[in-house]
Design a protein around this ligand. Structure first.
Ligand SMILES: [Zn+2]
Length: 413
């Protein structure tokens, strides 16, 4: 059980821990730690089975994964995926999903699920949203009615969905916004975290993760880390990044966060899914990732490969009988050629499904290789080989990645 040891000296924080401390349905076992970087390989045990980390979590919408079935996802070795609270909370609605034995029953997915708070979707999808201390007010895109998503409401929906990991409602500010609004959002997110903790009806079955905010301001982020890590939550997410900020700011905020997060709890970096970002952020100490990119890009015919991406629609593949990636073990690469997928793309959406399967397999396989290299004690070498394969020449290495890796003692030759 992950109960957080009471090592803090402040009386105030002791009493806070006592009132909020509940045995959580999550165990994190650290299997190996990289002796050079901050990377670690763990086993995260959740109510629907064990998850090996570092892990990439594919994103579903409306309870279904676009372009892939739950059986296919399971067969690829996926042990945790994301459900979308905003869409599910609107339609078909939490009551129906509760009747269907939660989102697991509704989707017929036997593995773990993580649900978001719904807040981010609202702020990014709904134009007319307004944030007050109460919550996020917005007009329903379905019937125009005004709806308030409060921390309590978000947790109530996620309790109905029955996800293994729930996310707190946070006050989302775009990562490119600066000034007093960032500070306000950070403090409000802390207050909302306490309301979410109090609202959770199933602390013995569902894990609530806090989301570290503070924008690109190191002092604010540090203050948020100090405050949130005093709460006895089962895990922490690093939020408010991957929103178009400079990559240099991005990695510095990630590494600042992992420096101050407790070693014995999982660390989830939200919205990150490019291969380079994944490998670098594992080196910076993150365990969990999610992103719509691999599945979204598949629908445009872009297949992810160790040397970048392959655009199936391009003419050069019309007569190419090789699979997308000759080294890939996924069902698409075992069965179909680039030429076949190229032809199929012209007439049939099935091509998108085949590429979606390949792309999710690519992400999961990448993370398994990363993990194995950490376990074997050769993660720095893995990074060098990975970078060489992805970039044709050294001068194409993104400078932020070079700097980020150097900060954890990995020099790229
Ligand atoms: Zn493949």
């Amino acid at each position: 059980m992950q109960c957080g040891d009471d090592t803090t000296t402040s009386e105030n924080s002791m009493s806070l821990k006592k009132t909020l401390s509940v045995a959580s349905p999550l165990t994190l076992r650290i299997v190996a730690e990289c002796p050079v970087t901050k990377a670690r390989a763990c086993e995260l045990v959740l109510p629907h089975g064990a998850v090996n980390t570092p892990v990439f979590m594919p994103v579903g919408t409306q309870g279904t994964m676009k372009g892939i079935t739950v059986d296919q996802l399971d067969a690829l070795g996926c042990r945790i995926c994301l459900g979308n609270t905003y869409h599910l909370g609107m339609r078909p609605g939490p009551d129906l999903i509760e009747k269907a034995r939660g989102l697991h029953g509704f989707m017929n997915w036997k593995r773990n699920l993580l649900t978001d708070s719904g807040g981010f979707q609202m702020v990014s999808l709904v134009e007319l949203s307004e944030v007050t201390e109460e919550g996020v007010k917005f007009k329903s895109p379905y019937d125009g009615k005004e709806i308030l998503l409060s921390p309590e409401k978000s947790i109530s929906i996620q309790n109905s969905l029955g996800s293994d990991i729930m996310m707190q409602l946070d006050d989302v500010v775009s990562s490119t916004v600066t000034g007093p609004r960032v500070e306000e959002a950070m403090h409000r997110s802390i207050r909302w975290l306490d309301r979410c903790i109090a609202a959770n009806k199933n602390p013995d079955k569902q894990n609530l993760f806090a989301i570290i905010q503070g924008g690109l301001n190191a002092e604010l982020r540090k203050a948020c880390l100090d405050e949130m890590t005093r709460r006895d939550v089962p895990g922490f997410a690093i939020g408010g990044l991957s929103g178009g900020e400079e990559k240099d700011d991005f990695w510095r905020m990630v590494t600042l966060s992992t420096d101050h997060l407790p070693r014995e709890k999982p660390r989830y970096l939200m919205g990150v899914g490019y291969a380079v970002d994944l490998v670098v952020c594992v080196a910076l100490g993150c365990d969990m990732f999610d992103c719509v990119f691999p599945t979204r890009t598949a629908r445009f015919g872009s297949a992810l490969v160790p040397w970048g991406s392959l655009q199936v629609k391009q003419k050069q593949y019309a007569k190419d009988l090789q699979p997308i990636d000759p080294d890939c073990q996924c069902p698409t690469c075992k069965r179909h050629s680039r030429a076949y997928l190229h032809a199929l793309f012209k007439s049939d959406t099935a091509a998108m499904h085949h590429i979606t399967i390949h792309n999710i397999s690519y992400q999961l396989t990448l993370m398994r290789s990363v993990r194995q290299s950490i376990v074997d004690g050769r993660f720095p070498d893995f990074i060098r080989t990975f970078m060489k394969r992805l970039f044709p020449s050294r001068d194409q290495y993104p400078s932020w990645a070079v700097d980020a890796l150097a900060s954890v003692n990995v020099t790229l030759e």
